[in-house]
Design a protein around this ligand. Structure first.
Ligand code: ZN
Length: 208
């Protein structure tokens, strides 16, 4: 059997190596929403999480999440050690309420098509939300960003709430677009001085 035949039923995403799902050219995680049911997807995701329990290194890059995704309630995850969310798509809601991210977390180029909440999440290491699209209302309320956070090139299409959030290090909002209302009420910035707060708001006004 030549190499092409061996690879025939393997997902087209680079380095995925999972079997293709039904008639799709991609696996259950990477195939489009129209080619899988919510039950099939969540069952496969639960199995993946179970199988990865030992080292807790989750490679979710390019996954297309369907249904209401709630990592705490559906998948029993309250804390992520190492996780890669680059270029993922959440077709509906994504709920990361009270979740702790222990290591560097990367959501670059992700798309959140439904209402998204990170309410009370803690990001312990550098966090990247660059080039992300949030299509609906987004909640970054009561977050603690302990290290650097970047929203460079990200678009918030709905209302966005950063109220009561603590930015312990540098927060980058370069080329960030807020199309809806945005609240930064009672945020805490690194030095806690008013100049920094004013600069942040001047920058935001330019973009609004
Ligand atoms: Zn795949």
């Amino acid at each position: 059997m030549n190499k092409e035949n061996v690879k025939k039923n393997v997902c087209l995403i680079k380095d995925c190596d999972r079997p293709t799902h039904k008639k799709s050219k991609y696996c259950i995680f990477h195939t489009g929403a129209e080619e899988k049911t919510e039950k099939e997807f969540i069952d496969a995701l639960k199995k993946y999480i179970r199988d990865t329990k030992e080292d807790k290194i989750y490679s979710l890059r390019d996954f297309i999440f369907i249904g209401d995704i709630n990592f705490r309630n559906n998948l029993n995850i309250t804390s992520f050690k190492s996780v890669d969310f680059r270029n993922v798509v959440f077709k509906r809601g994504a709920n990361f309420k009270n979740t702790t991210f222990e290591e560097v977390v990367n959501f670059d180029s992700a798309t959140f098509e439904g209402v998204t909440t990170f309410d009370s999440a803690i990001f312990k290491e550098d966090t990247l939300f660059c080039g992300v699209t949030f299509d609906e209302d987004t909640d970054f309320w009561r977050i603690i960003f302990k290290k650097h956070i970047s929203f460079k090139g990200t678009t918030f299409k709905g209302d966005t709430d950063f109220g009561v959030t603590i930015f312990e290090r540098f927060a980058m909002f370069i080329d960030t677009t807020f199309e809806g209302n945005v609240s930064f009420n009672f945020v805490t910035l690194p030095t806690g001085n008013k100049l920094n707060i004013r600069e942040l708001f001047v920058y935001l006004k330019k973009k609004l």
